[in-house]
Every structure is written in C-alpha cells, then in structure tokens.
Design a protein around this ligand. Structure first.
Ligand code: LFR
Length: 480
C-alpha cells in the first residue's frame, strides 16, 4: 500500500503543535506544520486555559498541513470543558494547577475511603484528578447548567466534527473508570454524586470520530471528506505507544512538563503497597495499563527559567554540568511543587528544610533540579520493578526531555541502566501511528514500535560508575 499522511494535533501544557506524519511499510516521517504557545491565563476566578486560542492554533495547523488522510488529537489529561444543552461552551476550562482542588480529596475520602477508591479505579492520588475537580465544582452555577462534559481533546474533536465522544485512555485519568472492566465505575460515581450522563459515549483508539465540518474545511482550505480518527488522546498514552522498545524488559520515562516513569503492563496493580507508593494505572492502547508515577518533571526548571527572565537554556545546562553532583536534592514527586510561581526559592526552602546545602546560583539550582529528577526517575523505576516483579534492562526516555543531554546522562547513572533517548516527538508519533493502524498501514503495537526504532534517530547513554552516590542521596529524602 502507498504511504499516507496523517495530521497529529498534540497539545502540551506550554505549547501545541500540528505535525504531519507520513507512514508506509518502511516509512515514518514527521514534519512540523505549525507550532503555537499555550499560555494559561489567570482571571479573577483562577487559572484558566485559553482554549479558543488553542483551537485557532489547531485550525492554523490544519491549514498549514494541507491535504491529509485523517486527523488525530491528543493533549494533557484530566481537564475538561462543560457545554450547555445547546452544545455551547460554558466558560474557559479550568487549569489542573488551579488551587480549587486544595483540601478536596479529604472530602471525597470521607464518602469513599482512599484505599477503596484506589482499589476501584487504580488511579494515584493527584489533587487534579477530574473526580476532585468535579467535586470542587459541585456547587457551581456552571456545573448546574452543564449537559455535557468533554475532555480537552474530545472538545476540540467536537468543534472540528460536531460529534461528541469520550476517549477511553484519557477517561481513565478522571478516576471514574474501572481499569478491570474498562468501563465507567457506575457505583462509585453514584456514591460520589458525579453524573456520568455528562460524559458522551466512550470510544477507543482507532475508532472513527467523525469528519471535518464544512466550515472547518473552508477555513483550513482543505477538500473533504477528512476523517478524524480517535487516537490515544491522553498524550502519555500516545507517547508510550511510540516508545521504540524492541523487547519486553523496558521501562519508559515520558519527559516534558511532567516526567511519567514506569512500566507497561497487561493488568492493573491495585494493591495497598502500590497505593502507598502512589503508582497509577492509566489505560493505554489495546487494553494495556500504564503503571507509572507522576514526577514534577521539567516544570521545575521551566518555572525557574521563567522567574529568571528566560536566560539561554544551553548555557544554563552547560554551567549546571560543571556543578558538583548530588549536593542537594528535593523530592521531585512532591505535590508542593505543583503550583506556579517562586520556584527557585521553593526549591531552596525544600533543601534547607531537609538539612542540605542551599543551592544559590542559577547553575546550582539547575543542577539540583536535574539531579532530583534523575533520582526520582530511579526511584520510580526501582519501585515499579519491586511492586510488579518485572525485570527491566533498558530505560527508554521519550519526549522533550530527550533534548536535555544532562538529564538523560544523569538518569542512566542514577538507574544504573542504559538509557535510549528518543524520539522527542513521541506523542505526535504515537498519535500518527494509531491513525495509520486504523487505516491499515501498520500492524500491532510491536510493529508500531519496531517502525519507530527503525526510522527515528535514537541516542544511547551507558551508565557511569556505580549507583552508591544515588542510593545515599535517596536516603536523604526518606522513604517512598
Ligand atoms: C502529561 C500529562 C500527564 C498528566 C498531566 C496532567 O502531559 O498528560 O500524563 O498526569 O499531564 O494532565
């Protein structure tokens, strides 16, 4: 079969892009059609996503992409827009870093204890899980007038096609899905007062999601019909689909604003030990489970760099590479770093509180962040291994963090395992590959991964030295 072209809309917390992937039997090429910023806006009500600006970016991107055989959409998880009975959007979607969920989990746990919630949904505790957001919004006029709830990629797909659906991999981050049945957790929703009728019917990666509306074709200057294909609409589901693993014994780290570090499993792990270690069981392609930990990721550095007035990143990283290693580390899994603002002093405070030297210069703070991330990567992979009994002999790093050599090198050292870094655009590639599969161009997941491994530039980092210094640093942070 002749190669085909697919547009991948991939929205991240700091920017969106529309990429065009060309896929054939031995071909996987990705080109950028358009890139645009995603700037959250603080209104008097709180932190909001500028979703119309994002949609405008998507339309610009589709125009730049030209003729494609299909379009797929992925974005960050958990957030949503509410629509009224006419299908009109009710207000700007709330940002998951908004403070409205503070103290909300405790209220939920008063009705359904945390242990029971974990056993039923497999989801880690994160204050921003959709369930907690909906609980925080319980008394709002907006929720009272809402008839539909659409997760961010589903909202954009609705605007493009006029059809509503709820994509399953992303729905699994709401904390309202049972990972065993892969359907809604009806009993739980009822006990917690969540109206599941707000969610349109579930659809799965590969399912058709409609065709571009006539005015969308007009505005993007394309000739129809152009189908929209459901992909793993949670960006992490798409990214893991494009991990270029050639065997079974691999761990992955999806890097970007977050680091998502863990394993791909066939079944969820719902034990109490797993809950205590705060591992999540998110759904992936073909019934797989993403067993992972959320680590604050390059957000820590992005927020420092923002505070410092955007100095040159290359110079900063070069200076950080010269700083003595592992002088002080922070717990990069700590939700205390979730909110925006004052990041350098929050990091300094955390070092002071744990009795470690306080990093002063920008280079020292940057090194502290990267050491802390590498250490959190190590801890997540070690814990995932011990909680599942699964062997790991290679760590795949995908996403934007693969461009950060120091982070990749430190992660290899910390884990004591080889790291294979790449591709940087894993989410877009996974998005494209699922569309290609739905159009009969690639086979199963192993074939998709093999195609990535054969076509994309990858870089290998061998671990240096032993892991004693990392284990000592780990001890400074205490358990989990
Ligand atoms: C990464 C990601 C994570 C999710 C976080 C919030 O972009 O999708 O997987 O936990 O954003 O939605």
């Amino acid at each position: 079969t002749a190669p085909k072209s697919f547009a991948a809309v991939d929205l991240g917390a700091s920017g969106g892009r529309v990429m065009v992937g060309r896929v054939g039997e031995n071909t996987l090429e990705l080109a950028e059609a358009h890139r645009f910023p995603n700037r959250p806006v603080r209104t008097p009500e709180g932190l909001r996503w500028d979703v119309l600006a994002l949609y405008a970016g998507v339309l610009d991107g589709l125009r730049a992409a030209g003729r494609v055989d299909s379009v797929g959409i992925d974005s960050w998880a958990v957030d949503y827009g509410l629509l009224d009975a006419d299908g009109a959007l009710l207000g700007n979607p709330v940002h998951y870093r908004d403070a409205r969920t503070e103290g909300i989990a405790e209220k939920v746990w008063a009705s359904v204890p945390a242990a029971e919630l974990y056993a039923a949904t497999g989801l880690q505790y994160a204050p921003f899980n959709t369930l907690y957001q909906l609980t925080a919004a319980r008394a709002s006029a907006q929720l009272a007038s809402a008839r539909h709830l659409l997760l961010i990629p589903d909202l954009l797909a609705y605007w493009l096609t006029g059809e509503m659906g709820t994509e399953l991999t992303n729905a699994s981050t709401t904390q309202l899905i049972d990972p065993g049945t892969r359907d809604w957790s009806y009993g739980l929703a009822e006990r917690l007062g969540v109206d599941l009728r707000l969610f349109p019917p579930l659809r799965r990666p590969g399912d058709p999601a409609g065709t571009l509306l006539p005015h969308v074709l007009d505005e993007t200057g394309t000739a129809g019909p152009v189908p929209v294909t459901t992909v793993g609409s949670h960006d992490t589901a798409s990214a893991v689909a494009a991990v270029p693993a050639t065997g079974e014994k691999f761990a992955y780290i999806c890097t970007g604003t977050w680091s998502l570090a863990g394993l791909e499993l066939d079944a969820p792990v719902l034990t109490e030990a797993s809950r205590a270690a705060n591992f999540t069981n998110e759904l992936g392609l073909d019934g797989t489970v993403r067993y992972l930990r959320n680590i604050m990721g390059l957000w820590l550095l992005q927020e420092c760099v923002r505070e410092w007035g955007d100095p040159d990143l290359g110079e900063l990283l070069a200076a950080a590479a010269e700083v003595a290693p592992l002088r002080s580390v922070v717990d990069a899994g700590d939700a205390a770093f979730l909110a925006p603002g004052r990041m350098p002093s929050r990091i300094a405070d955390a070092c002071r509180a744990s009795g470690q030297p306080v990093p002063e210069s920008r280079a020292e703070i940057t090194r502290c962040v990267l050491d802390s991330l590498a250490l959190a990567h190590r801890r997540a992979i070690e814990r995932a291994r011990s909680l599942t009994g699964r062997p790991v002999d290679v760590v795949h790093i995908v996403g934007g963090g693969t461009r950060n050599e120091l982070l990749c090198r430190l992660t290899a050292d910390a884990c004591g395992l080889p790291v294979v870094a790449g591709p940087a655009e894993a989410a877009a590639l996974g998005n494209v590959l699922v569309q290609a599969r739905a159009h009969g161009l690639v086979g199963d997941r192993a074939e998709m991964r093999d195609l990535v491994a054969r076509t994309q530039p990858l870089r290998r980092y061998e671990p240096r030295g032993d892991t004693a210094a990392w284990r000592a640093a780990e001890a400074r942070l205490g358990t989990p």
